[in-house]
Design a protein. Structure first.
Length: 351
């Protein structure tokens, strides 16, 4: 039995930052994640993708953000149960929760924070008859390491941000990049659309619109794709890799059966106070929750984590009053006794 103060389900950026906020309150944390390493989508799906809306970082790679968060929470020594999915939850007589994973690992805590992002993901696969035969043999639904495509011929299918962003990125990596989209209009950001159009004019991207990939060719590995064009008919392209980027279908998984109030595949919370669910003691923060005006941004999850931890402290210690101190004044002290001292600064009042 693993016991902790706050059990965090999901080790993505929001879950990891929760460790920091809880640590400032001297609350111990333990995280459960179905993935084999911390970081959530940032580590598993797009570690090499740049993120532009993290305060203080004009640009940071998703994987680097995870590394920074892991370094930030190191003083608080969180526990991890990785490669296991939170399966069931039970309310015990002492008002704490018992969470058991799919591998039978049991966890006990007075507070549960669900920070599972959008849940588990399944790629939306195009209706190509033999596509499963080439999975991991030239077909990939997620780009984890762009270097795999160094000096290779790549065909990308899709019309959203992911397809556009990776087309732009791989134009400087692969020997040849082709983007196939069934419409002339794209769903992605305007600057990305304009950038792809510019790369097409420069001959760095082969842009084929009003077309769909209908066939994959090869034996042990993809060697080509068959394309049906709306006006030109059938086309064939030689390629080393086919990457259909039609998005990922999120699923809450077993959490959907925990008696929580669900709305459009997200957990409803009380955002007027502390992001608590309809079950007292269970909170939901980050992309997994929903409330009026919700913004699915990493920075929103960070804010929600800070508020949630304050409420969790009061639930765990109802007779104590916590006086918040800014880290610039009090520093950061880990459970091992080490402390990063705040810099002493003299502030002069201006009358």
């Amino acid at each position: 039995m693993i016991k902790t103060d706050i059990l965090i389900i999901g080790a993505g950026p929001t879950g990891l930052f929760t460790v920091f906020e809880a640590g400032l309150l001297k609350l111990k944390t333990h995280l459960i994640d179905a993935l084999p390493q911390p970081g959530g989508q940032c580590a598993e799906i797009y570690p090499k993708k740049p993120i532009y809306d993290i305060p203080g970082f004009p640009e940071i790679m998703a994987g680097q953000l995870v590394d920074n968060l892991m370094e930030q929470i190191k003083p608080f020594s969180p526990g991890f149960t990785l490669g296991e999915r939170a399966e069931t939850i039970e309310k015990l007589e002492d008002d704490t929760f018992l969470v058991t994973t799919n591998k039978g690992t049991k966890h006990n805590a007075p507070v549960v924070a669900i920070a599972g992002g959008l849940g588990s993901f399944e790629p939306r696969k195009p209706p190509i008859p033999n596509i499963q035969d080439f999975e991991d043999k030239g077909v990939a639904y997620i780009i984890r390491d762009p270097e795999v495509y160094r000096d290779k011929k790549v065909v990308i299918a899709g019309g959203g941000d992911s397809a556009l962003d990776w087309t732009i990125f791989l134009a400087e990596v692969a020997s040849e990049v082709t983007l196939v989209h069934r419409r002339n209009e794209f769903r992605g950001a305007l600057d990305s659309v304009e950038r792809v159009a510019e790369l097409s004019k420069l001959g760095k991207v082969n842009l084929i619109t009003e077309a769909e990939v209908k066939e994959l060719k090869g034996e042990d590995h993809v060697t080509g794709v068959g394309i049906h064009h709306k006006t030109k008919g059938e086309m064939h392209l030689a390629t080393d890799h086919f990457i259909p980027l039609f998005g990922l279908s999120p699923k809450l998984g077993p959490i959907a059966n925990w008696g929580l109030e669900i709305e459009k595949n997200a957990i409803k919370v009380n955002n007027a106070y502390d992001y608590q669910t309809n079950i007292p003691g269970i909170y939901a923060i980050g992309d997994v929750n929903t409330y009026p005006g919700k913004l699915k941004l990493i920075l929103s999850g960070f804010h929600e984590a800070a508020i949630m931890c304050q409420s969790a402290y009061q639930r765990i210690f109802p007779d104590k009053k916590y006086v918040m101190k800014y880290t610039t004044v009090g520093g950061v002290q880990g459970f091992d006794g080490t402390k990063k001292e705040a810099k002493k600064e003299v502030v002069k009042a201006i009358n």
